[in-house]
Design a protein around this ligand. Sequence first.
Ligand SMILES: [Zn+2]
Length: 390
Amino acid sequence: MDRVLNGFSERLATAGLAWEKDILFLALDDAVLASDPNHPDREVLEQALLALQPGALACIRPAEPYATILAFFLEQRPQVLAPRDSETRLFLHDLPVASEFSAQALVQGLKNRKGMVLPGPRLAALGPLTPEQAFVTLSSLCFAVFVLFFSDYLEDLRAGRATPEQRAAFARAASFLPPVRTDRPGLVQGPFDGPAQVCAAMAQAGRATVDFGLVDSAFGNVSALLDRTVWISQTGSSLDLLEGDLVACALDGSSCEALTASSELPAHAGIYAAAPATRCILHGHPKFAVTLSLDCDRPDCPDRGQCHLRCPAKRTAGGAIIVPGETGSGACGICHTLPPALRGGNAAIVLGHGLFATGRRDFNEAFAALLGTENACREEYFQRVRDLGG
Ligand SMILES: [Zn+2]
């Protein structure tokens, strides 16, 4: 188990979310197990673990730019942060903010929530059953606070209420952004000649998406079409570990190898039907595409608050169409909004959620569309900030 806990610490460090010395995972077995037994936060965290009795509890002091972002939020002394990205809406609800780092504050914040913000600045996350759940939540928390900070700044500039402190925090956070990546991974070239090659190409594309930081934790999904069969990642699978986690479903929905296919299967199938030349789809959660999708210049819109379900505006970011919609096949599902958007182009952004990119031949094209759109969104974000005097 110690090795498992250290593995999650390493993955957070590799993703650039925190230095390994600033990460502590605890798990409750017969005894309390720790990824770093000598970590200074251990005693406080262990008390909270014993009080809450989850499978695991983790705490990090995040690296930049998250540290600057969280320090800014903590100074505002809110009781909760309420990011509007879809992952927060679906899985985290909101993020309690504690005024002190103590076992009591951890228990208070985490008894009804999966993750929270504490002075330090720190982020803490529960794994109700497993340490992996705490790992995923920590990644989601970093993603959520990043998108919240950068989208709030744009909104506050637009409304003329950005404060000097906010401007300073923005300049500092922006200075810590990693350089824009313009290189491309060399992925398996299509057309694919059979299921084995399809699966290898999907696993490779998933791994590249995680390596390039185009998803938070390792979520997102990937699919390919071969002989009227959609190969797709399973729900909850890690994009960087897809080998063995791929299932085959008939394009017309008549048969599916497993009930475990990604919950986005209806959207993927709809895209293949609407744009018949499409052979593969890559879905990630790149930060600036999501941030820009939340930037609305219509504060008086009657649908405000329901934007993610039915934003009526025709908007684009980084050259991609922005569509509303939620996961699944319900009335407001992205299976209705994405296929028409991807009929004419090869990238579309789901409001507050992420980016879908397609390729007609192989994942090289889909990956280029995913990365190219995110890079364009990043450039456009800073252009909008400059235009608003930020
Ligand atoms: Zn997604």
